[in-house]
Design a protein around this ligand. Structure first.
Ligand code: ADP
Ligand code: TRP
Length: 321
């Protein structure tokens, strides 16, 4: 199975990114042909500071490596190091119906949140389709927010295949029910753009401040509470064991759940889960040249695949004369 997914280097990666995508990718290293990349071209739609994008890209790479991604067991690279993706984007954009793009809600959502309404932001899903189709990906693990983008990629692939003959594999989304949407501090989807995240690599007092800021209601400790609508509970369940979660659920349903204590328990669990990775990340960032080398090697391998698809595409559409 060929599996591919990418992440934008547009801010500090958070536990929503981890459970929604990174963990799935890292766990598939042994069993699949794995493609993991940092989508810096996509990030250009929202990051306009040179330094922020460049260091964000290195940091996102360090995050993956620190969390256990082994570059010898996958292809790991930076999107812009394989320029074929831009050429494919153009070809695909010439057969993407405007109506399909106009139906995409992420453009409208992002503009509503204050991101500048550029053409790049509007055509973001076509670049994402090119990412997926260039490597003939079979499965794409993402969070639920990316479902519509996957549908766009499938529609474009089908249209291309119908018009020019079988060329692209039709990709399937892989969205796990359990981790489809991790809630943020305020109960909305955890997202860099809502400033409601718990960053994976935050430490000490800053981390504690974020965890203690998880919004809860004012129900007294001894009163029964609904666990399923509580964002603290819905974050905790990704960290605590099933046995402990059964106990916590009991406290919610029958009274006795003290939010303050549960937040401190969550803080400990987050620290346990990520403390080794935090140390590894610091070591990795001490040697950025090594990270660059890993990414360059990955880009060479990715490009070998990309040129094969691009050659076929050029031939199919008549760009080979
Ligand atoms: P953000 O919304 O914070 O900008 P990205 O769009 O960079 O996050 O998402 C990167 C990956 O992480 C995508 O696969 C996305 O679906 C997943 N993801 C992001 N936020 C969440 C979340 N709260 N729950 C589950 N998955 C998420
Ligand atoms: N759009 C995705 C996000 O915002 C990132 C992304 C770009 C991606 N290209 C991709 C994800 C290809 C999966 C496959 O999170």
């Amino acid at each position: 199975m060929r599996i591919l997914s990418g992440i934008q280097p547009s801010g500090k990666l958070h536990i929503g990114n981890y459970f929604g995508m990174m963990q799935t990718m890292i766990s598939r290293m042994e069993s699949s042909e794995l493609y993991v990349f940092i989508v810096d071209l996509h990030a250009l739609t929202s990051v306009r500071e040179r330094e922020k994008l460049a260091t964000g890209t290195l940091e996102a790479a360090a995050d993956f490596l620190a969390l256990g991604l082994d570059p010898d067991k996958c292809i790991f690279w930076v999107q812009s190091d394989v320029p074929e993706v831009c050429e494919l984007t153009w070809v695909l954009s010439t057969l993407t119906p405007m109506g399909l793009m106009e139906r995409c809600h992420s453009y409208k959502d992002k503009v509503a949140k204050g991101i500048i309404a550029s053409h790049g932001l509007f055509s973001y899903p076509i670049l994402m389709a090119a990412d997926i189709l260039l490597y003939q990906s079979e499965q794409v693990p993402v969070g639920k927010d990316q479902k519509q983008h996957l549908e766009v990629a499938r529609d474009i692939a089908q249209k291309f295949n119908n018009e020019y003959g079988e060329t692209f594999v039709i990709p399937e989304p892989a969205i796990s029910e359990k981790t489809a949407t991790i809630p943020g501090l305020d109960g909305q989807k955890m997202s860099k753009s809502y400033d409601n995240t718990i960053p994976i690599f935050l430490e000490g007092k800053q981390l504690k401040k974020r965890v203690m800021a998880i919004e809860t209601d004012a129900t007294p400790v001894e009163d029964p509470k609904d666990p399923d609508t509580c964002n603290l509970y819905n974050i905790l369940r990704h960290f605590a064991t099933p046995e402990r979660m059964a106990e916590i659920r009991d406290l919610y349903v029958n009274g006795g759940a003290a939010y303050g204590y549960l937040k401190l328990e969550l803080l400990d669990l987050i620290n346990d889960k990520f403390s080794a990775a935090r140390e590894r990340k610091k070591e990795l960032l001490n040697d950025p040249e090594m990270i660059r080398q890993i990414l360059r090697k990955g880009a060479e391998k990715a490009r070998e695949k990309a040129v094969v698809t691009m050659d076929l595409v050029r031939d199919r559409v008549g760009l080979k004369y």
